[in-house]
Design a protein around this ligand. Structure first.
Ligand SMILES: [Zn+2]
Ligand SMILES: [Zn+2]
Length: 290
């Protein structure tokens, strides 16, 4: 996401003073113009009406807003009625799509809206779920991997939690993220550094490199998760972003907004992250992705 950095030559006229592009150094890096990671109340743990998010994004000066609520998953029968409490129900998706599309019409000319989901790759239900979503107008997916395997499997791990075999968990998580980057199906990878790991630095580096190099190779950006940064979480992880900076992987800011209030104070938040990662050389995306 280009937090105010001049997209080379693609900035709509009217924003660059008298046709002259300011040099990169003087652009306000902290100005966010695009956010593709916005939740809605449908996932059960976000607050506010869709319209309030749109209004808040306009007030914050955004040009594009993507809704990417936690995707419904079409669990197989063998999961016998399993339901994830932190995701939208499948039957809510059509209403979600309708809401985004009608707001898009209503706010035309003020902000561009997009219909997306934050989705996990579960080998047994992903393809079927993707078809279901695309048939109902889905425009993009961001990968928000929080689990290994199929979530409902015995042995599936919530990767933010401590685990006695964290090398194994980190490897499995990384395998999935790399595979998803290579699939070309995802707009970007949300919180690529979410997996908890407290072990050996060289091992961590090896896994982080796999993600960063795949991101660079396939030009799939990695997200600096501002919601987690604000919340003082372990991620965004400086160790991870130092490696991403060295590799030159494309990076994008994402709010991961769960309330409309999170659209306030964005420049200050970005500024604080930039200070914390000064000298890392992170390669921020300068053009909108949609
Ligand atoms: Zn959430
Ligand atoms: Zn999210």
């Amino acid at each position: 996401m280009p937090p105010g950095e001049a997209p080379s030559g693609k900035l709509p006229s009217g924003n660059a003073p008298s046709g002259k592009m300011p040099s990169k150094e003087v652009m306000p890096v902290t100005r966010m113009q695009f956010n593709y990671h916005t939740h809605t109340s449908r996932c059960g743990h976000a607050l506010g009406a869709d319209r309030e998010y749109v209004e808040a994004a306009i007030a914050a000066g955004l040009r594009q807003l993507g809704f990417a609520d936690h995707s419904p998953m079409l669990y197989p029968e063998k999961a016998s009625g399993y339901y994830s409490a932190s995701k939208m129900r499948p039957e809510a998706f059509e209403e979600y799509a309708g809401s985004v599309f009608s707001l898009r019409e209503e706010y035309k000319g003020r902000i561009e809206l997009f219909l997306g989901v934050e989705i996990e790759y579960y080998p047994e239900c992903f393809d079927k779920t993707e078809r279901f979503l695309r048939d109902r107008g889905l425009e993009y997916m961001i990968l928000g991997q929080h689990h290994t395997r199929n979530e409902y499997d015995r042995g599936a791990v919530f990767v933010r939690e401590p685990h006695p075999e964290e090398d194994k968990v980190l490897t499995e998580y990384t395998d999935t993220v790399v595979k998803c980057i290579e699939s070309g199906k995802f707009l970007y990878v949300a919180h690529p550094d979410i997996a908890r790991y407290t072990g050996d630095g060289d091992f961590y580096r090896k896994q982080a490199l796999r993600i960063c190099e795949a991101s660079l190779r396939h030009n799939v950006p990695l997200e600096v998760n501002l919601g987690a940064f604000r919340g003082g979480n372990r991620y965004p992880s400086p160790a991870f972003w130092k490696i991403a900076g060295e590799v030159g992987s494309p990076a994008i800011f994402g709010l991961d907004a769960h309330t409309p209030g999170e659209f306030t104070g964005i420049p200050e938040t970005i500024d604080a992250f930039l200070k914390e990662t000064a000298g890392f050389g992170i390669n921020y995306v300068k053009e909108p992705l949609l």
